[in-house]
Design a protein around this ligand. Structure first.
Ligand code: ZN
Length: 147
């Protein structure tokens, strides 16, 4: 399969995200934290969120996994900071549709994370791409740290 220039650009951006991830690490005072796993690839990802005044004030992820899962963690955390939990749940659904189908109506809402849409050509990697987003949904729906 020949790579178009666009594919090459996407690859470069994805590699940059994976090797120099943003928001990688932990938070001093998370309000939500979950660990999710993708057994089919061996990816493990812990997501910590600080939700305050109805907004995701900060987010950080840690763990280990493949390039796609790490890049997705970087892009996801960067996208959700400053958003409301409800908006993030919508973004998670949009992202999931995008990487499964390769296109979605409100792709622009995803910002930079839309570069991962090429993953739809590799069905075995879809779970790698959606892992971080599933963590966000899980954390926001049932991941309060004190329960
Ligand atoms: Zn993976």
């Amino acid at each position: 399969m020949a790579l178009t220039k666009l594919d090459q650009l996407y690859r470069q951006v994805i590699l940059d995200e994976a090797y120099h991830p943003r928001h990688h690490g932990t938070l001093a005072a998370p309000t939500h934290q979950v660990t999710v796993r993708n057994p089919s690839c061996g990816d493990v990802l812990t997501l910590a969120l600080e939700v305050k005044d109805g907004v995701i004030k900060d987010a950080a992820f840690s763990g280990s996994g493949c390039t796609i899962s790490q890049a997705s963690g970087s892009l996801m955390t960067d996208r959700i900071i400053g958003q409301t939990p409800q908006h993030v749940l919508n973004l998670v659904a949009t992202f999931s549709d995008l990487v499964i189908d390769g296109q979605v109506k409100d792709e622009a809402a995803l910002g930079d994370a839309a570069i991962l849409k090429g993953v739809h050509q590799f069905p075995a990697r879809v779970k790698c791409a959606t892992l971080a987003w599933k963590a966000a949904a899980q954390a926001l729906t049932k991941g309060a740290e004190h329960d």
